[in-house]
Design a protein around this ligand. Structure first.
Ligand code: ADP
Ligand code: MG
Length: 623
């Protein structure tokens, strides 16, 4: 009896399948093994990870298992039970199909396979190393399959060196785990990292799975989407616009139960949120598209996250209207006031800043002394910091001489001007206000403009404040970070993934104005947080901060301190669209000029642009 179900694909079929490297990093092995377990019909899948997958990736499933012959065959190139003819390529319903993954994995690792079909009494053990079978014998094991992938790249040390730190590699592993777990909520998934249980996801519905993965707070953030036209159906959840984030790491689009990256379709969803999101924020969503397999081509890229459709415009329109409809039905649109400014997650309070009393406009009860005292305050501070700036090495070492001269001129002028007005304090009020306004003002709620003796300086408030805050936090011994205590210690419940990141960085974060304690599982107690963050939005800011931190980890090679400082600065910078008071503008301008690397924000944006008198007059000159 021929019990084997695996075919070796003939070349002409194999050649029609996009080929390429499958195993770029441990996470690629995780993806392939999890998908094989899903394809095997398992309803319980365990993933064990050691050292971010560098020493071990193990997947245990209770699926169909393999017969002895297939246990060996599965490691051959183009060996698959999922595809026999080229026509089948058009109607794929399984995750795998290229018969390439196990062969590629076995070529670069030490693999141990134990597998037993449900109906058989005994199983088979196959040990294969660098593509060579070392052992093959019957063994006792549970029905289903367990594959251990050990010491990946053991035979190509050069490639091993290209792997990133465990923190980073583990993020990739978790990303793959999330994608597979999200798309199969009917399967129970467990994830263990270095023996510690990270996720235990009971089988359930899609919403339960999202909440289990992303955190309890998502329960109330999700808006249901369901729309259907012939041949295509959209289902899933959108996150309400209040919980939009920076970046697109939490946008999940699945097509026929396969995670895809499709910027064009993602754009349709983003379009539905148009006008609902603050600048620079992106929506979070979890959407399924079910389409007739004959209308899609999944055979585009070796890692299979790219996909092509015959009629993309139709899908675009459907997604857009489904999402708009969902957002409308949930009345989010109606409760938002488009005319007014978006509420900001924090209030910007410079250090030492005294809240401004309502002055000019409010006549009754107007207290001139109050105003005078206030102004004296920041002006004195301004003069002092001017002196400090001139002495600072950062300023002295700036090589851009013309810019330096212009800044000096500007500072001198402002200080001289404030000194002149200083004696004139009895006349506080409208007039004085006017002269200040002429010296420094804001345009488009976004740029601070200061006239100079020989030109004009434009300062991008967001980039500039990002620089200032970053420098505060990145300073080696900053014992002086302003912090505010919570009224009552606050319990915060995070997602597993946020909780892990937070535990990785908690000690450092606690030196940056936070006081966070871990109380077990994904719960934390928050005793204090940096000044300037609104108490009501502290969890949201913390989550965004951790996301940003994790994203930076993958992108840069800088250390934890710098990454944290960067994430903090980005969260707390004064966003474009914020109207600033005079004090706040002075504060930003004067701090910026005394900072190192003041011309560029830590995210790499220009903070400052100077229009010189010469450039201006050139513009007006005759041609
Ligand atoms: P593909 O998934 O593209 O077919 P793979 O190299 O990933 O290729 O797997 C080769 C074959 O090995 C599969 O077609 C399947 O028959 C068998 N196989 C792999 N993993 C499992 C598993 N966990 N349970 C049962 N069979 C499996
Ligand atoms: Mg596979």
């Amino acid at each position: 009896m021929n019990t084997s179900i695996i075919n070796i694909l003939p070349d002409f079929v194999a050649n029609q399948i996009a080929a390429g490297e499958v195993v770029n990093r441990p996470a690629s092995a995780v993806k392939e093994l999890l998908e094989n377990a899903v394809d095997a019909g398992a309803d319980k899948i365990e993933l064990h990870i050691e050292d971010a997958g560098k020493t071990l990736v193990q997947v245990v499933d209770n699926g169909c298992g393999m017969k002895p012959e297939d246990a060996r065959k599965c490691f051959l190139a183009h060996a698959t039970s999922k595809l026999a003819t080229a026509d089948d390529l058009l109607s794929l319903t399984t995750m795998g199909f290229r018969g390439e993954a196990l062969a590629s994995i076995a070529a670069v690792a030490q693999v141990e396979l134990q597998t037993r079909p449900q109906e058989d009494e005994t199983g088979t053990l196959v040990v294969i190393e660098g593509g060579k079978i070392l052992q093959e014998k019957p063994c006792a094991c549970a029905p289903g399959t367990s594959i251990k992938v050990k010491n990946i790249y053991f035979n190509t040390p050069a490639r091993r060196q290209f792997l990133k730190s465990d923190d980073v590699e583990y993020r990739y592993v978790e990303e793959e785990f999330n994608r597979v777990a999200l798309v199969h909520p009917d399967i129970r998934f467990e994830l263990y990292r270095n023996g510690r249980k990270i996720y235990f996801l009971e089988a359930g519905n899609f919403k339960k799975r999202i909440v289990a993965l992303m955190g309890k707070s998502f329960d109330s953030r999700l808006v249901k989407v369901a729309e259907k036209i012939p041949d295509v159906e959209v289902t899933g959840y959108l996150c309400s616009p209040d919980y939009a984030v920076k970046g697109r790491g939490k946008q999940f689009l699945f097509v026929n139960r396969r995670f895809v990256k499709h910027p064009y379709l993602a754009n349709a969803v983003e379009k539905a949120y148009q006008d609902l999101l603050p600048e620079g924020k992106n929506p979070v969503f979890f959407l399924h598209l079910s389409v007739d397999p004959h209308s899609i081509d999944v055979n585009i890229h070796p890692t299979k996250t790219e996909i092509r459709f015959k009629d993309e415009h139709l899908l675009y329109g459907l997604l857009l209207s489904a999402c708009k409809h969902a957002l409308g039905v949930s009345q989010i649109r109606d409760t938002l006031d488009f005319g007014s400014e978006q509420a900001l997650p924090y209030q910007y309070k410079p250090q030492g800043y005294v809240p401004q009393a309502p002055s000019v406009k409010l006549q009754p009860g107007y207290n001139p002394f109050h105003t005078v005292a206030e102004k004296k305050d920041y002006r004195t501070a301004y003069g002092e910091s001017f002196a400090r700036m001139q002495e600072s090495p950062a300023f002295r070492d700036t090589s851009d001489e013309p810019a330096k001269q212009l800044l000096l001129d500007c500072m001198e002028e402002v200080v001289a001007d404030t000194r002149n007005n200083h004696g004139d304090t009895h006349n506080a009020g409208a007039e004085e206000k006017t002269s200040d306004t002429a010296r420094i003002f804001q345009i488009f709620d976004r740029y601070i403009v200061t006239p100079l003796k020989s030109g004009l300086a434009f300062i991008d408030q967001e980039a500039a404040s990002e620089r200032i805050i970053y420098n505060d936090y990145a300073r080696p011994q900053n014992d002086n970070v302003p912090s505010q205590n919570t009224l009552f210690p606050q319990t915060v419940e995070l997602s597993s993934s946020h909780a892990q990141i937070l535990n990785d960085v908690r000690d450092k974060l606690n030196t940056l104005g936070w006081a966070v304690e871990w109380v077990g599982a994904n719960s934390f107690i928050l005793n204090a947080f940096p000044a300037g963050i609104q108490e009501g939005r502290v969890q949201e800011i913390l989550e965004n901060l951790l996301d940003d931190y994790a994203a930076n980890l993958m992108k840069t090679s800088s250390g934890m301190e710098e990454n944290l400082a960067l994430a903090m600065a980005r969260q707390m910078s004064v966003k474009a669209g914020t109207t600033l008071s005079q004090e706040e503008m002075f504060y930003i301008v004067n701090r910026l000029f005394s900072e190192t690397q003041s011309e560029i924000s830590p995210s790499g944006r220009k903070t400052l642009w100077i229009l010189s008198e010469k450039a201006l007059s050139d513009m007006f000159s005759k041609r």
